[in-house]
Ligand binder design. Sequence first.
Ligand SMILES: C/C=C/C(=O)SCCNC(=O)CCNC(=O)[C@H](O)C(C)(C)COP(=O)(O)OP(=O)(O)OC[C@H]1O[C@@H](n2cnc3c(N)ncnc32)[C@H](O)[C@@H]1OP(=O)(O)O
Length: 658
Amino acid sequence: MELEDINTVAVLGAGNMGHGIAEVLAMAGYDVNMRDINDEFVQNGYEQIEWSLEKLAENDQLSDEEAEAALDRISPLVDMAEACGDVDVVVEAVPEQMEIKQDVYEELESVAPERTIFATNTSSLSISKLAEFTDRPEQFCGMHFFNPPVRMDLVEVISGAESDEETLDVIEALADDIGKSPVRVHKDSPGFIVNRILVPLMNEACWLVESDEATIAEVDSTTKFEMGLPMGSFELGDQVGNDVSYHVLEYMHEVLGEPYEPCPLLERTVENDELGKKTGKGFYDYEDGPGAEIPTDEQSDLVKQRLLASMANEAAKLIGNDVAPPESIDEATKLGAGFPDGPVTMVDEFGLENALEALEAAYEETGHERYAPADYLEERAGEGGFYESADDDGEGVDFEAIRVEYPGEMVGHIVLDRPHRMNTISDELLEELTAAVELLEDDDDVRSILITGEGEKAFSAGADVQSMAAGGADPIAAQELSKQGQQTFGTLETCDMPVVAGIDGFCLGGGMELATCADMRVASERSEFGQPELDLGLLPGWGGTQRLKHIVGEGRAKEIILTAERYEAATMADYGFVNEVVDNDALAERALELATDLAGGPPIAQKYTKRAMLAGRDDTEAGLEYEASAFGHLMATDDLMEGITAFMGDGEPNFEGK
Ligand SMILES: C/C=C/C(=O)SCCNC(=O)CCNC(=O)[C@H](O)C(C)(C)COP(=O)(O)OP(=O)(O)OC[C@H]1O[C@@H](n2cnc3c(N)ncnc32)[C@H](O)[C@@H]1OP(=O)(O)O
């Protein structure tokens, strides 16, 4: 089955997750049969969707017509045969109990057509075991959404023991098509990625308190203000629901053994019905107390070591057992749990040697199996980290279409180096650009990126039309090329360092889309800008239809794209696209000066600023939440002290990114 073959999807279960998944699918244009065991449940889910769509329309995230059309695509049903007798995909989101799911799958198997793919939204049960209840384990996989599906981008796509590649590909494509970010989990392993990192982390937080090594305040102060996670460990537990964490942990304990023994402190909260926010009380009191009030100044080195060691050990087990590579673990945890940095990056930065040392010391002291270091952790500690180091990557990188230079003062300079072809963007250039950004991001001595084009004629005249045409009229290849460009330029947008584009000459099509992803643009007077794609019968396919409007506003973006006109630098400065126009001869110097200035700024504050602004682009609430959490984290940095001390003494700060 291909994505194009999917028209109707059944969602089994109209509870919290089920109705949310149905809503997301319907918003993306799919016909959805939402089924639950009785009218009351299914109507309740339907009303929740109606309410949510109204809210989205009120907040201008959907038009009224789109909201209405989405609701019209959803059929609330009770009869299994009617719901699933003629659908392409079934997403099952019924309660997390094996027996209930078994009954559902057996009934489903008796009515579903042969072609139908089954995907389960389980967060804790074995995909392979669930697949055994059906006659089609190869057409079965996990499709794990996060709560609430309408707002959370992550979908873990999990392979069962027998899932075939086509099934996984099509479910991944479906997740992508409904606007989510799928992350592949290659093996069915308890907790998949995000819960496998988070739940043992919360358990370790509980053990620290249970064994009187730290208080709840110390653990949460450290988690939030020292490690920079969006919430304290206990705050997170209360948010997720202590019963949920406990049950996931029990399952891990059963399958993976002693290291996952639930801490008695967590067990007691469940026994006492102190399940967190939903019951008004958990580790914090939300009804009769102030809720999670976390002190900013009670950080503890021991807590930090133990929590990072727990994350390092879990990451090692996931990577070492081929469940997921470091990049997927980082991406999933950032998307699913709002971590500013992925856990693998965090533990690499902390040092795997340090994590290993912390585990060995605790293992010797307590003998508890949760501290037994994973083999793969020991292996990678010797190599310096889970990610290959920048030195390994950098060695032998041989760029053809670009140059990477280091003009001093912590600036990494990428030069688009195809002057004979107006620095047009070929496949090769795209690939090299991705590698160059990675190279500079991994380099501790680089704190800002400058991008320019070689020669005086062009920053870049866009995609290399000739090589694009040479690819024939293959729509699939073109779609891939579009995604590749979107992602490559996106690495600049999401890069933690400030990025400056120094523009001299033509900045057209894909070249302008590339410049759009810089944080600031300086242009020479003679530069000319434009999105001429519509003149070629194309559209700006490297992010232009989406990103330009955030800089110049939708009205100007439409004008620039739909007219396909060329604009002078001065006009683009009026439109807000160019930050500064300078004399032709002064461009190189001024662009480097700006990049150098930014490289001297506070790296952590710059990183959080970029991330907060991006997080809030389409979701101000999310951006504000990120901003507040980052603001709190910055309070505990050395850079803040440096900045304030310099301010008081009228000196220049020397930020170290600590
Ligand atoms: C998803 C992204 C899509 C896109 O980006 S689509 C591409 C969008 N870009 C354009 O449409 C720009 C096309 N180019 C032009 O309009 C013009 O060029 C310029 C305005 C940039 C410059 O005009 P002039 O000064 O008269 O020079 P010249 O003789 O047209 O160009 C010099 C050489 O550069 C090649 N070239 C320029 N742009 C491209 C391009 N985008 N793809 C491939 N080659 C390009 C030409 O063909 C020529 O080459 P030779 O000297 O061999 O005749």
